[in-house]
Design a protein around this ligand. Structure first.
Ligand code: MSP
Length: 522
């Protein structure tokens, strides 16, 4: 059995509706998953929702509805959006699922028995309004806690703690021997710096008097877990990890086939959650170093350089965008106009401009010109064999195929799309230069026209493969117009990296009529 490529995204908080930042992460993971399917690998893509916690409890209370009902409503919005954006996942991680609860409790029970969890007293200043203990970081320049914290009182509270700091040296050693744990590498450097500053253990509980919307601690019914054992463990509980089996290698094969995962997350949740708590939790549970997951840390979409936020009122609703421009235009923009790992500024004007220039004017135009000319000058029939020539377009196609594959392996979605865009530009330039409509007037140059049109059809076929992870619908559209692999119409198996070899279209193949693929936005 080949190993399954296991990819996850952060599970989204269900305290408010999805925005374009959430959409970016899901589409990015979807594109990586589709690329691995293109390569013929088995893929398991897990995503979901983070349903417990203080904020959800508060939002539900404000609306005077039970938290279950509140999260069900928001969860529905996320599911509908992923559907609309053609995000194709295999597993759905909703943390209120009883299966998940059982797994989290099993893990906590085991760590409690292994004395990796302990009970301790915490005392300090507590904000009643925000329901949290405050540290000196929260003090204003005058040394006092600001009005945003409401009434602040001194409190003592008992809680449960995870022995995080005892694993600090292990984590530092692990990071130095596994420099590719985090992509991009500058984030790993950031992580190492943060681990070096690590002190203290991790509080993992809240008394039920403060928070009851969570998973109860198996060894103390007066407490619920807070928050990371619940949230992060979804990556294990939904793929069959059995917390009762201490020996890692005796885990069920359904789990071992998939693990380790590639976690796609935003930069804000690398430190401390995914970069510190998570590997230490796994280590404490007995995961070997060579079975630690990888982190792909992406940047943020901002608005005019500022953070997108509901309360500021600058958050972009992906639903509105999809309704206006369609799913593929939104997917194209999100995948092409940001460097994976870095931040970018969201702009609707750029969405329109890039769609018009790259898709309508370049690729769409090439497909329609190629099919038009094949219909006009060759009766829609390919009258040449790939072995008849060795042209510049063919070597361009090879170079762009390499660029596509290398970019995809480095998670660079702009690079994947640039491969399609470049090959298309070279083809359009060749058409402008060779002017097949002039050549076609000359009987003696029919063979040259046939050769050029064959090469253009092959390039168009490759371009469809290059865009297929980001624009599956358009890629199907191109194949349909080429009348290629019609028996797999609408199916993802229609696209295969093995078909990226030049010269697959046979001599005598008949193509269809052109139809608009990317109508211009005005
Ligand atoms: N529930 C936690 C994650 C738990 S994972 C075990 C969470 N949820 S979140 O809804 O706040 O964010 C979900 C993901 O969306 C995170 O990876 C976050 O980085 C990402 N983004 C949130 N805002 C974003 C942008 N403006 N731009 C890009 N991604 C953004 O964190």
């Amino acid at each position: 059995m080949p190993k399954t490529f296991y990819i996850t995204t952060a599970i989204d908080y269900t305290n408010s509706a999805p925005h374009i930042g959430h959409a970016y992460e899901k589409v990015l993971a979807d594109v990586i998953a589709r690329y691995h399917r293109l390569k013929g690998e088995p893929v398991y893509f897990l995503t979901g929702v983070d349903q417990h916690g203080q904020k959800v409890q508060q939002s539900a209370e404000k609306r005077e509805i039970p938290p279950q009902q509140f999260v069900a409503g928001i969860t529905e919005q996320f599911i509908a959006l992923w559907d609309k954006l053609e995000v194709r996942y295999d597993g759905w991680a909703a943390t209120t699922n009883p299966l998940h609860k059982q797994c989290v409790q099993g893990m906590l029970e085991r760590l409690w028995n292994q004395k990796q969890l302990y009970r301790d007293k915490q005392s300090g200043y507590y904000s009643v309004r925000q329901e949290q203990f405050l540290t000196d970081k929260e003090r204003g320049p005058d040394g006092n806690f600001g009005p945003e914290w409401g009434t602040v009182e001194y409190r003592e509270e008992e809680n449960y703690y995870f022995t995080l700091s005892s694993h600090k040296e292990w984590l530092l050693k692990f990071l130095s021997s596994h420099p590719a744990f985090v992509t991009p590498s500058f984030r790993q450097t950031e992580l190492v710096n943060a681990v070096e500053k690590l002190g203290g253990d991790l509080c993992i509980s809240r008394p039920k008097s403060r928070l009851n919307w969570g998973i109860e601690l198996p060894f103390d019914p007066e407490y619920v877990n807070y928050v990371w054992f619940d949230a992060l463990s979804n990556y294990l509980s939904f793929v069959g990890y059995d917390p009762n089996l201490t020996d890692f290698s005796s885990q069920p094969s359904t789990f071992l086939d998939k693990w380790p995962a590639l976690h796609v997350i935003g930069k804000d949740i690398m430190v401390p959650a995914h970069g510190i708590y998570w590997p230490i939790m796994l280590h404490a549970l007995g995961f070997p170093d060579d079975r630690m997951p990888g982190l792909l840390v992406h940047g943020w979409w901002n608005i005019g350089g500022a953070k997108m936020s509901k309360s500021v009122g600058n958050s972009v609703d992906p639903n509105t965008l999809v309704d206006k421009y369609g799913a593929e235009a939104v997917r194209y923009y999100l995948m092409s106009d940001i460097v994976t790992g870095k931040d970018a500024d969201f702009s609707e004007e750029r969405l329109v401009a890039r769609y018009n220039s790259d898709l309508a004017n370049n690729i769409g135009n090439l497909v329609s010109r190629t099919l038009n000319m094949l219909n006009r000058f060759c009766h829609a029939r390919l009258n040449a064999r790939a072995s008849d020539f060795n042209s510049e377009l063919q070597s361009q196609a090879r170079a762009q195929r390499e660029r596509f594959q290398q970019s995809a392996d480095e998670f660079s979605t702009p690079g994947m799309l640039a491969a399609a865009d470049c090959l298309s530009s070279r083809c359009n330039e060749a058409i402008d230069r060779e002017k097949p409509w002039e050549l076609a007037k000359d009987r003696g140059r029919q063979a040259k026209v046939a050769c050029l049109l064959y090469e253009l059809a092959e390039a168009v076929r490759l371009i469809a493969l290059f865009i297929s992870p980001v624009l599956p619908r358009a890629a199907h559209g191109v194949f349909d117009q080429l009348q290629w692999k019609m028996e797999l119409g609408g199916k993802e198996e229609r696209f295969s990296a093995g078909d990226m070899e030049w010269g697959q279209l046979p001599e005598g193949h008949v193509v269809g009529k052109p139809a608009p693929l990317f109508p211009r936005f005005t």
